[in-house]
Structures are given as C-alpha cells and as structure tokens.
Design a protein around this ligand. Structure first.
Ligand code: IMP
Ligand code: MG
Length: 175
C-alpha cells in the first residue's frame, strides 16, 4: 500500500511483474544462444535490470554505465557525458542496453551511438517505460515495457532528486 499523499500509483507491482514477464519472454526468444551483454544505465535501471535478468533466465552478462545530462532543472540539454564506463570489450558482443525510461530520447540516443562505435555484433535498446509525447530525437526501442503520459513518474528505480527509487509501484508524482 502506498500511503504517500504526493503519489498516485500508475502501474502496480503486479502490473509491473506482467510487463517484465512479457519483455523477458521476447528477450529469451531472441537471445537464447547469444550470451548477450546487458548494459544497465545507472542509476534508474537497477531495479528493472535485476528483475529482468532473473526472468530472462538464459546465460548472459551484465555491466553498467553511468551517464549525466546537464541541463536547466528537469529539462535535458542533450549534452551527455559518461561518468562510469564499461569494464569489458564490446567487440563481437550482442549488446542490449537496459534503460528505465526514454523521455526526450537524448540520453539513449547518445549512448547507442557511443556503444555502436565499440564494435558490437548487435546493439538493441530495452526500456521499461517511454514517454513518446516528449521525444526530441527519433529512437527505436526494440523492447518496450509500457508507455506513460507526460507526467513525472517515480518508483521501481526511478527517482526525483534521489527519492522514491525503492517504491515497488510506478507512481505519478503530483505537481
Ligand atoms: P531522456 O530525456 O530520454 O534523455 O531521459 C534521461 C533520463 O531522465 C532517463 O533515463 C531517466 O533517468 C530520467 N527521466 C526522464 N523522465 C523521468 C521521469 O518521469 N521520472 C524519473 N526519471 C526520469
Ligand atoms: Mg536513466
């Protein structure tokens, strides 16, 4: 039960589990014999990635990147820098980027360009959520959990100034 008055549950933990199960089935089907490298984008994707790898249940590896986007307040500027880089080679690997949410698309677009220059055999994008109405660059999400309205959402790994990441439901933060 969510008792925080500033939050409205958008997708319950049961709804989230169904979304993760559906995505995991698609990923298992496509990557069963490919030993993929799942690249989680810190910090937001850590809860989703943890659920996803256990549900996919095929041989795979996990690594992380941390990015930062400088801009005015909540508006992304598109100026993305790598704060924490991968530890392993991408040469010949089947790479699946795992994001929490694609909003303007600037972060994922930067990251996919950046990783594609490291010689992967394939590169795809999986995102738990997407806000299509906010998109500023065209980006294909190969595995998408759900679309959300143009509201700030928190929980299930997503934060507002580092709060709410631990919530098991995806919630809309009231203005
Ligand atoms: P972009 O605008 O697609 O570059 O999104 C950059 C990042 O902003 C995402 O990976 C999230 O970490 C964060 N973000 C965007 N929208 C939300 C939201 O509604 N709640 C929490 N984080 C968000
Ligand atoms: Mg993120």
């Amino acid at each position: 039960m969510n008792t925080q008055p500033e939050l409205n549950v958008l997708v319950s933990r049961r709804g989230i589990a169904a979304v993760v199960k559906k995505l995991a089935e698609e990923i298992r089907r496509d990557y069963a014999d490919r030993n993929p490298l799942l690249v989680g984008v810190l910090k937001g994707s850590f809860v989703f990635l943890a659920d996803l790898v256990r549900a996919v249940d095929i041989p795979l590896q996990v690594d992380f990147v941390k990015l930062t986007s400088y801009g005015s307040g909540v508006q992304s500027s598109g100026l993305v820098t790598v704060l924490l880089d991968l530890n392993c080679s991408l040469e010949g690997r089947h790479v699946l980027v795992v994001e929490d949410i694609v909003d303007t698309g600037l972060t994922s677009s930067f990251l996919c360009d950046y990783l594609s220059r490291k010689g992967p055999a394939s590169l795809r994008l999986c995102s738990f959520a997407s806000k299509p109405s906010r998109r500023r660059v065209g980006i294909r999400i190969d595995y998408l959990g759900l679309e959300v309205p143009d509201k700030f959402v928190v929980g299930y790994g997503l934060d507002c100034a580092e709060k709410y990441r631990h919530l098991p439901d995806l919630c809309i933060l009231k203005e």
